[in-house]
Design a protein around this ligand. Structure first.
Ligand code: ADP
Ligand code: MG
Length: 361
C-alpha cells in the first residue's frame, strides 16, 4: 500500500487563497477522514490528491514520489463522488466493470473482480439488476464497487453518504466500517459529519478555513483538543462553552463566571500555571461531564428549561446565568423542566480555553 504525504499544499483560485499550506503524512493502510464545516477546503484537498485540481504551491507525494504533475489516470487511486451517477441502462455488473472494460482487461479477470467486490459489498444477488431496481443504499454500494474493482491502492471518497436519509446513512456507516476491515487500502474520506468521522477514521483531520486545526485519533481529538474549534466540533451533543475568569484563591485555581464557580483540579492547575490577577477564559464542559448527583464533583446550580427524553438518556437544556448549557443524564434521574437543580461537575474533564485566541490552556 502506498503512503501519501501532503507538503505545504496551497490552493488559490485567482487571487483568493482557499488552502493555506496543508501538511499531512498518511500511513500505510490507514483510514483518514477530513472533517470540517462546509467550505473549509475538504473537497479541494481531495481533488488535488486525485489530480482533478491543479496544485498552486507545495507538493503531493505518493510513496515518496511527487505526483502533482501526473494525470489522474496515472495516479494509483480511485474516487467516489458525492454525486455519483450510475449508468441507468447497464446492470450492476456492467456498471461495476465499466472502467475495466474501458481498459480492455481480460474477460475472466473482469468477471472475477466484479464477483469478489460484489461479495464484499453484499451485491452478489443483484448483479443483473439495473440501478432503477435498487434501493438508495444498494446504488451507493454499486458506486463504491465501481471504484473498488479498479484495484488501486488509494481510495478517495467525498461525502459518499450525504445523499442518503438519516437511517440509511447510519446503516451504510456501519457497513463501511465493517467493509473497511476487509480491505487493505488507503482510504481518504471527506465528510462534514463528525459522527461519521469518529466511527470510521483511524486518523481524523479537522479542517476549518483552509487550515488543519488538529489531527489525531478519534480519542485524541475528543480528550485532548488543542483549541475551542476542535473541542466544539468533535462530540455530540457538543461541548458547552461559558465565559469566565481564572483566579487564584489561597493557592487554588478557580474558574468562575455568571452563575458558577468551579475549582480546577491540581493537575489542570499545574498545567495552566500561575495566574496573576484575573485572566479572561472560556470554560469548556461536555454535556456528559455534568451529573444529576451533586456529590460526583464540584456543584453547579442550573435552571432546567427543557428536558428532552431520548429513551435511556435525556438531554436537559439548562441555563447557567444567561448561557445555555446542555446536560446529558440517564432518564432515570427524572429532572423536571421549570425547576432548578444542583448538579455535580467532574472538574477533571473540563477544559479551559484562552478567551481571545481560543487556544486550550
Ligand atoms: P468543502 O468541501 O470543505 O465544503 P471546498 O473544498 O469545496 O469546501 O471549498 C473550499 C473553498 O474554495 C470554498 O470557499 C469555495 O467557495 C472555494 N472554491 C471551491 N471551488 C472553487 C472554484 N472552482 N472557484 C473558486 N472558488 C472555489
Ligand atoms: Mg465538499
Amino acid at each position: 500500500m502506498p503512503t501519501i504525504q501532503l507538503d505545504r499544499l496551497v490552493k488559490r483560485y485567482g487571487n483568493v487563497e482557499v488552502l493555506h499550506g496543508i501538511n499531512l503524512d498518511m500511513d500505510d493502510n490507514e483510514f483518514t477522514v477530513f472533517v470540517g464545516p462546509s467550505g473549509c477546503g475538504k473537497s479541494t484537498t481531495l481533488r488535488m490528491i486525485a489530480g482533478l485540481e491543479d496544485v498552486s504551491d507545495g507538493e503531493i507525494y505518493v510513496d515518496g514520489k511527487p505526483v502533482s504533475h501526473l494525470e489522474p489516470k496515472d495516479r494509483d487511486l480511485a474516487m467516489v463522488f458525492q454525486d455519483y451517477a450510475l449508468y441507468p441502462h447497464m446492470n450492476v455488473a456492467r456498471n461495476m466493470s465499466f472502467a475495466l472494460r474501458l481498459a480492455k482487461r481480460p474477460a475472466d479477470e473482469i468477471d472475477r473482480k466484479v464477483r469478489d467486490v460484489a461479495e464484499i459489498l453484499g451485491l452478489t444477488d443483484y448483479l443483473h439488476r439495473r440501478p432503477g431496481e435498487l434501493s438508495g443504499g444498494q446504488r451507493q454500494r454499486v458506486a463504491m464497487g465501481r471504484a473498488m474493482v479498479r484495484d488501486t491502492g488509494i481510495f478517495l471518497l467525498d461525502e459518499p453518504l450525504s445523499n442518503l436519509d438519516a437511517k440509511l446513512r447510519a446503516r451504510m456507516r456501519t457497513e463501511l466500517a465493517e467493509m473497511r476491515a476487509r480491505i487493505n487500502k488507503n482510504f481518504i474520506y471527506v465528510t462534514h459529519d463528525q459522527v461519521e468521522a469518529m466511527t470510521l477514521g483511524d486518523r481524523i483531520v479537522v479542517m476549518s478555513g483552509g487550515h488543519i486545526q488538529q489531527q489525531g485519533s478519534p480519542e485524541e481529538l475528543f480528550t485532548n483538543p488543542v483549541n475551542q474549534f476542535v473541542a466544539g466540533f468533535i462530540g455530540s451533543p457538543a461541548m458547552n462553552f461559558l465565559d469566565g475568569d481564572l483566579v487564584e484563591e489561597n493557592g487554588v485555581l478557580i474558574v468562575q463566571g455568571d452563575g458558577y464557580s468551579l475549582p480546577m483540579p491540581a493537575e489542570s492547575a499545574a498545567r495552566i500555571g500561575k495566574v496573576a490577577g484575573r485572566r479572561a477564559v472560556r470554560l469548556g464542559m461536555r454535556p456528559s461531564s455534568v451529573f444529576a448527583d451533586p456529590a460526583v464533583g464540584a456543584p453547579i446550580e442550573l435552571e432546567i428549561v427543557v428536558a428532552e427524553y431520548l429513551g435511556a438518556q435525556s438531554v436537559l437544556v439548562t441555563r447557567c446565568g444567561q448561557t445555555e448549557v446542555l446536560v446529558e443524564v440517564p432518564s432515570t434521574a427524572r429532572l423536571q423542566a421549570g425547576t432548578s437543580h444542583r448538579f455535580g461537575v467532574r472538574t477533571e474533564e473540563i477544559m479551559i480555553f484562552d478567551g481571545q485566541s481560543g487556544h486550550r490552556l
